[in-house]
Design a protein around this ligand. Structure first.
Ligand code: SF4
Length: 539
């Protein structure tokens, strides 16, 4: 049995199920299209980085795709020949340790090889102190302390590099005296080097030590599953379950035992089990005011008990407060922004309502349909900000109050500040101080936080979950963030095909429905209809 690097970061139960011979024909969830798209994007990113690097690295050697045995053979030949740069290699599997895996890039130094990952996420942040090499000279001996970038720790990258380090050691090609591993990220501007022997993990451990412990654990889980021994991993709902192909199997098992993780997931479920609260029913019976009530990290004990009671009553939403309050204004705007990954924010949608101030009420969109990243994003953001500022000042000039609403301000705020940073020179783009003053003011209201403070939601607090409780329905039956990514690709012709206007219209309708959903939700929260939702204290 051989485990790849992903096993050390994967759910332990998933490792079990993947190695349980009785599960070979089990019906799993269909592949998540968004996940498939992410894989394709990552592959395209790797290829683009390789095409950029290859002309500048003398002795660049590529291992051709093919069967594992052939790739291992070709990689070994390149290592033996001392190739300076080996792209796409598959290292010889270590059958003794139960390990296999490949590196995007292996870089030869004076004393051996170092692994380098090419990943489609950020590996640094603005700041200083990261150890980086330029892409024109990948040699880590010429790496320097970066005055522009600080390291993003990216634990998964470090664990994967540790896995590759162990494989290089087993094959005799690792650098003996230092355990470095590199990563080229989404920006593909530098290689950032991780010291896998640095004691910068919790408890003063190194990445290699952390990896070794985790790998030994996953190997034991897999071996127990394969041999039919008592399972070493049981299902417990975690964040990863949302996209896991094994969810139908795990969900059935969790429902049959009424497992406590159905309402409180992750570490909190583990904590509850450790004190004997293993089921939803036991959690519902806990007195949250008792001195010996379990202490949880992700959710308060009171909320956890309320969620358990709601779940037992088949309720998706419960009021935490007797009276729900949402601040209102004479002139109101619901705002929703659409972004495409790290590329940019391509659409700012606004729904103007309230007192007539001589500005057309209803929905309007400020968009760029040039694929992001594009400077045209700055133009559309400037138009959005100019319009919003105009509405605010017009309301103020008439002595009317103003408020703008969004659902989870983190995304909107992030892209407002990012737009200022990237397009600050363009006319109409505000200063950072202006944006700061706005997002800190009472005129910017996060409805998500309000929902979070006043309701308990057994199925999550996403707008797609909570707005239907208020009676809202999206026109598009496939409306959702992940699907919108796919529509966007077609709308702007991101995959090389023509831009599809119908998909633009679909995105605009989707965005309009999102702002109408926040509008409907807050109208409902401010109305007496909200009293139809049971109050926690009455359960
Ligand atoms: S559904 Fe959840 S618990 Fe089950 S294997 Fe997947 S991640 Fe693990």
């Amino acid at each position: 049995m051989l485990l790849d690097a992903g096993a050390v970061s994967r759910c332990r139960r998933r490792v079990h199920l993947e190695h349980d011979p009785t599960m070979v024909d089990a019906v799993r969830a269909a592949p998540d299209p968004a996940g498939e798209q992410r894989k394709a994007d990552a592959e395209a990113h790797r290829r683009a980085v390789a095409d950029d690097l290859a002309p500048h690295q003398p002795g660049w050697t590529e291992v051709a795709p093919g069967k594992a045995a052939e790739r291992e053979r070709d990689t070994l030949a390149a290592l033996a020949a001392g190739a300076p740069f080996i792209w796409g290699g598959l290292l010889p599997a270590d059958h003794t340790a139960g390990r296999r895996g490949g590196a995007e890039l292996l870089v030869r130094t004076e004393h051996g090889y170092l692994p380098v990952l090419v990943v489609r996420h950020k590996v640094t942040d603005p700041g200083e102190g990261a150890c980086t090499s330029t892409l024109s000279d990948l040699n880590p001996d010429k790496a320097d302390t970066d005055s522009q970038r600080k390291l993003r720790p990216q634990p998964r990258d470090q664990l994967r590099l540790a896995h590759l380090r162990r494989l290089l050691e087993a094959s005799g090609y690792a650098e003996p005296d230092r355990a470095l591993g590199g990563a080229i990220g989404l920006d593909a501007d530098v290689v950032v080097w991780h010291d896998l022997a640095a004691t910068n993990w919790p408890g003063g451990r190194t990445a290699l030590q952390e990896y070794d412990v985790r790998f030994a654990d996953r190997l034991a889980v897999a071996r127990a599953a394969m041999s039919g021994d008592e399972p070493l991993a049981r299902p417990s709902r975690i964040l990863e379950c949302r996209r896991c192909p094994w969810w139908p199997i795990c969900e059935a098992e969790l429902l049959s035992t009424r497992d406590v993780s159905l309402v409180v997931r992750g570490e909190d479920a583990t904590e509850l089990r450790s004190v004997g609260v293993t089921t939803v029913d036991k959690l519902a019976a806990v007195d949250p005011e008792a001195a010996d009530a379990p202490m949880l990290g992700g959710v308060s004990t009171t909320d956890a008990v309320a969620l358990a009671r709601a779940w037992r009553n088949d309720l998706t939403v419960v009021r935490k407060v007797a009276e729900v309050v949402v601040p209102r204004a004479d002139v109101e705007v619901d705002v929703d922004m659409e972004s495409f990954g790290e590329g940019g924010a391509y659409l700012w949608g606004c729904l103007l309502s309230g007192v007539d101030i001589g500005v057309r009420r209803g929905y309007r969109a400020f968009a760029t349909w040039e694929p992001v990243p594009t400077p045209d994003e700055g133009r559309s953001f400037a138009e959005f900000w100019t319009w919003l500022t105009w509405v605010r000042s017009t309301a103020e000039a008439r002595g009317l109050s103003f408020r703008a609403y969004c659902y989870n301000e983190m995304a909107e705020n992030r892209w407002m500040f990012s737009s200022v940073e990237r397009f600050g020179e363009l006319p109409g783009v505000p200063s950072e101080d202006e944006v700061s003053a706005f997002v800190r003011s009472d005129e910017w209201f996060d409805l998500y936080r309000s929902v979070n403070d006043q309701f308990l939601c057994a199925q999550g607090k996403g707008l797609k979950v909570i707005a239907p409780v208020a009676g809202f329905a999206w026109r598009d039956p496939e409306a959702g963030g992940e699907n919108s990514m796919r529509w966007y690709r077609h709308a702007v012709g991101l995959d090389g095909g023509p831009a599809v206007r119908a998909q633009r219209d679909r995105l605009l309708q989707y965005n309009e429905d999102d702002v109408r959903a926040t509008f409907t939700l807050r109208e409902w929260m401010a109305s007496s209809a909200v009293h139809a939702i049971p109050y926690f204290g009455d359960l």
